[in-house]
Design a protein around this ligand. Structure first.
Ligand code: HEM
Ligand SMILES: *[C@@H]1O[C@H](CO)[C@@H](O)[C@H](O)[C@H]1NC(C)=O
Ligand SMILES: *[C@@H]1O[C@H](CO)[C@@H](O)[C@H](O)[C@H]1NC(C)=O
Ligand SMILES: *[C@@H]1O[C@H](CO)[C@@H](O)[C@H](O)[C@H]1NC(C)=O
Ligand SMILES: *[C@@H]1O[C@H](CO)[C@@H](O)[C@H](O)[C@H]1NC(C)=O
Ligand SMILES: *[C@@H]1O[C@H](CO)[C@@H](O)[C@H](O)[C@H]1NC(C)=O
Length: 333
């Protein structure tokens, strides 16, 4: 489906800098990081990342969404240490093959290409973790979202654990309270859950991640009664009731599939959230009132999204002498 959409005109940035956060917003959440970290050591870094993300998204519009998710899954498991990028070895069964990641995460080749170009310009200086952080900032911006300062100086982890990923990545099938716990375990809060879930304003989900809502919501053989009927009928055509449809794709925000906007929240108010975990934000008064706010005030969402992304990108980071600067993002040096 995504291949048929080639109009990239909405990618043209029109409000450069409007949502640019001041330095103070940044230092408060990640004291040891610094957004000028590579200014002297790798002055072309931002440009190289921007070019790499631009060409990846020009080739495949969905890539903005895929990079955003890749970053979230890196940070929520063992911190933002690039561990999700590591391939399995004889000794390591890593995050890449965990339940929520296998046959689902995308964008590894994009990071590899950018890393190769950065290694040519400034060898062994820039961590894969920082590259991923810069890439997701560019991806969100190119999709029409906010721009923010990325605090830098993270180092790359030397381990990756499939078991941790299975335990820590939120599942679309679990209750909101469980998802919130997975965020608070990492120093994030309920507001971050609501704001960052707004990342589902772009990208796609496989039928297997929401099929239960279409056919057998609670063991009764009926669809989820909260699911809008016209969305239900669209989803039934994408996801017929047979295993072969499990990997078919439906847009998370069908109103503006590739545009980073606040329509995700309007959809929730309309009972057209795709995942059970999306629509669950309306089942709690606190989160539902935040949803109402972000549906009403688009700029508030963009501003808060940037703030929560900076917070997310400070989770569990390695700095100083910890970890390493990987030469190849897929393998420990
Ligand atoms: C709150 C708990 C969350 C749950 C339960 C969840 C679950 C999911 C699921 C099941 C998919 C579909 C994956 C597939 O079918 O292959 C997905 C896609 C996606 N998620 Fe989440 N997610 C959550 C939070 C987030 C956050 C915090 C972000 C980023 C800020 C995010 C960004 C995305 C994006 C952009 C996609 C589309 C990826 C693509 O098209 O390649 N998600 N999510
Ligand atoms: C940065 O990029 C410019 C333009 O491609 C190039 O002329 C310059 O040599 C690069 N600087 C460094 C330090 O790599
Ligand atoms: C372009 O995107 C497709 C997936 O849509 C991918 O298979 C292909 O490798 C990409 N090409 C380049 C040059 O990145
Ligand atoms: C939610 O968390 C509770 C308490 O930790 C746990 O017992 C339950 O199995 C979890 N539910 C799901 C669906 O994961
Ligand atoms: C939500 O529903 C209202 C009323 O049916 C409709 O006008 C609006 O376009 C819908 N919004 C979205 C985002 O689907
Ligand atoms: C949540 O809102 C509903 C309806 O507005 C109300 O009946 C209920 O008491 C509220 N619950 C809490 C815990 O505030």
């Amino acid at each position: 489906m995504e291949k048929t959409i080639s109009n990239l005109s909405f990618l043209v940035p029109i409000v450069f800098g409007l949502f640019f956060l001041g330095h103070n917003d940044v230092v408060s959440v990640s004291g040891q990081l610094d957004n000028k970290f590579y200014d002297n050591k790798c002055p072309n870094l931002t440009r190289i990342v921007r070019n790499g993300v631009w060409s990846a998204i020009s080739n495949d519009t969905r890539m903005a969404a895929s990079l955003l998710r890749l970053h979230f899954h890196d940070c929520i498991v063992n911190g933002c240490d690039g561990s999700v990028l590591l391939d399995d070895t004889n000794n390591i069964r890593g995050e890449k093959n965990a339940l929520g990641n296998r046959n689902s995460l995308r964008g590894f080749e994009v990071i590899d290409t950018i890393k190769t170009n950065i290694e040519k310009a400034c060898p062994s200086i820039v961590s894969c973790s920082d590259i991923l952080n810069l890439a997701v900032r560019e991806a969100v911006y190119l999709a029409g979202g906010p721009y923010w300062n990325v605090p830098l100086g993270r180092r790359d982890g030397v381990t990756s654990s499939e078991a941790s990923a299975n335990a820590e990545i939120p599942s679309p099938f679990e209750p909101l309270a469980n998802i919130t716990t997975k965020f608070t375990n990492k120093g994030l809060n309920v507001k971050d859950v609501v704001v960052l879930s707004g990342g589902h304003t772009i990208g796609f989900a496989q039928c297997v991640t929401f099929k239960q809502r279409l056919f057998d919501f609670d063991g009764s053989g009926n669809p989820d009664p909260t699911l809008d009927l016209s969305l239900l009928s669209n989803l039934l055509s994408i996801c017929p009731n047979q295993a072969s449809s499990d990997t078919n794709l439906a847009p998370l925000d069908p109103v503006s599939i590739f545009k980073f906007d606040n329509i995700y929240y309007k959809n929730l108010i309309n009972n057209t959230g795709l995942l059970m975990s999306d629509q669950a934000l309306m089942t709690d008064n606190t989160t539902a009132s935040m949803v109402q706010n972000y549906a009403r005030y688009p700029y508030l969402f963009l501003k808060d999204f940037a703030t929560s992304m900076v917070k997310l990108s400070g989770v569990g980071v390695l700095t100083g002498q910890d970890g390493q600067i990987r030469k190849n993002c897929r393998v420990v040096n």
